[in-house]
Ligand binder design. Sequence first.
Ligand code: HSE
Length: 437
Amino acid sequence: MKPINVGLLGIGTVGGGTFTVLQRNSEEITRRAGRPIRIVVVADKNIELAKQITGGACRVTDDAFSVVNDPEVDIVIELIGGYGVAKELVLQAIKNGKHLVTANKALLATHGNEIFKAAQDKGVMIGFEAAVAGGIPIIKAVREGLTANRIEWIAGIINGTTNFILSEMRDKGLSFDTVLKEAQRLGYAEADPTFDIEGVDAAHKITLLASLAFGIPVQFDKAYIEGISKLDAVDIKYAEQLGYRIKLLGITKRTSEGVELRVHPTLIPEKRLIANVEGAMNAVLVQADAVGATLYYGKGAGAEPTASSVIADLVDITRMHTADPENRVPHLAFQPDAMVDLPMLPINEVITSYYLRLRVADRAGVLADITRILADEQISIDAVIQKEPLEGEKEADLIMLTHQTREKRVDAAIVKIEGLGVVAGHVTKLRMEELGK
Ligand code: HSE
């Protein structure tokens, strides 16, 4: 059977893994796809590296545009990343009628509506399994496996770098800065870790999952994003004493008021399976009405895990490219003319529970003043613990867990509490999710 021809843009970690796995498992993959999948050309700025990895098995060029314009190429794999030249290449490939596979969550989360529309108009497919949670087939699960369901919410540990850092902080009782440096030394964190530690990478991914879950346009600009760089090790310790773990979660939820789309450090009960996902691993929990909760766990990054997703998309396209475009699986799970524009909730309208840590003067009436402010804002307290002041100190840490309430009420209460004059510094606020039904 005639092979389907692939042009690969970028032969870094994931590109190299894709090349290796395609070669190693070519027989199995061909049996599944129905015909061989062959990389015919690789574009990379580092031609020598490309030659070394491909070992003469295909053409090599430093001109990525020559690949997207190459009549021999049926499918383009974009592994360059970013929104600059990658966007131009992707749009040019689509214009030329090529199907596309990409791991570029930043590009799809910010320009996805334009790119999916261009692909729809041209009748080409875009596979982006590798863009969310690396090797975990979460796109396939949400887009196809759960189509019977009304999806209620998704909560995911979808950034391995931050999960590694949080695991180390908890395990070893170290500060964020110390663990970040160690993570960089070990190669778990990039030299510029901003996108990971500030939650941007997770926000790109949860933005895509929100569209797939609810049939809404891609709206990265509506995501609330808070990373872990300001997280204090003491809160990880106190959370643990209260029976919780802190994870950086990407959360999207459909409520009667609109869609929540948020990334932030979150307390989760330690009895939940997802609370026990450690190190650089990823996990995504999906709550849906018919099936209930399903949990997807695996490696969220790395050469071969991510290649596994890239190749799954290549196989899907190979199987489906001759089908009428309207008979294929829609890019965002819902038919393009059936997408809806639900309101996106700003963070201050979100309803959840909260962990508050205050450093307070240890004297009569302080707790009463604080609880009165919370009561005035109709915030119900779930638990309170006060730590003994350390030897020679006059102030004590006070930790309060609230029942569910609207975020703007908590913020209003915090302003009043900080104005009491008995609180040293600021109140630390963290969100809590039960992740039950
Ligand atoms: N930088 C990501 C992570 C992997 O740390 O999980 C690629 O999405």
